[in-house]
Design a protein around this ligand. Sequence first.
Ligand code: ATP
Ligand code: MG
Length: 155
Amino acid sequence: APMQPLDLVQLVCDRLALAGQLAAARHIEIELQAPDLCAMCLHRESMAALIDNVVGNAVKYSPEGGRVAVAIDANGGLITLTVRDEGPGIAPALQQKVFERFYRLPDQDQPGSGLGLAIAERAAIRNRGSIMLANRDDGPGLCVHVTFDVTMASG
Ligand code: ATP
Ligand code: MG
């Protein structure tokens, strides 16, 4: 399927509706801060996979009752999708390593195969974007930044 003009906000809303069911079971609140519309050229299936994996991680690694904040910002030629959670975060030295297929941090209780972030990174690249991790600076938790350069995204 080709890249096509889509509304990123609409796509994120659709995927959050699904993630919300999982979150609700653990009393995790997902909040979205976004413009009314954010039209850009996207490959729908891979972007859905990116959102599902990143938001799925935020929910999975959040403590019961945690808050997941999803934000979309359009700034000049850059569009950013940010997902913040209140989980344990990831040691800076391992923030690249977790993108490797099958790699999972040691000593964690949550199930998984270690593929989600590798899939998310491929999806970001396919959509002319990049993905970066950082720990929050306002308390515990991980911050996932997905950045799209839309200045050259007309083709
Ligand atoms: P799955 O294939 O089901 O996604 P997974 O969640 O273990 O399995 P990834 O999504 O690739 O795999 O994540 C790799 C590892 O990075 C995780 O096992 C976890 O240790 C760590 N990680 C990912 N997201 C977070 C997060 N939001 N907070 C803390 N640790 C995380
Ligand atoms: Mg995952």
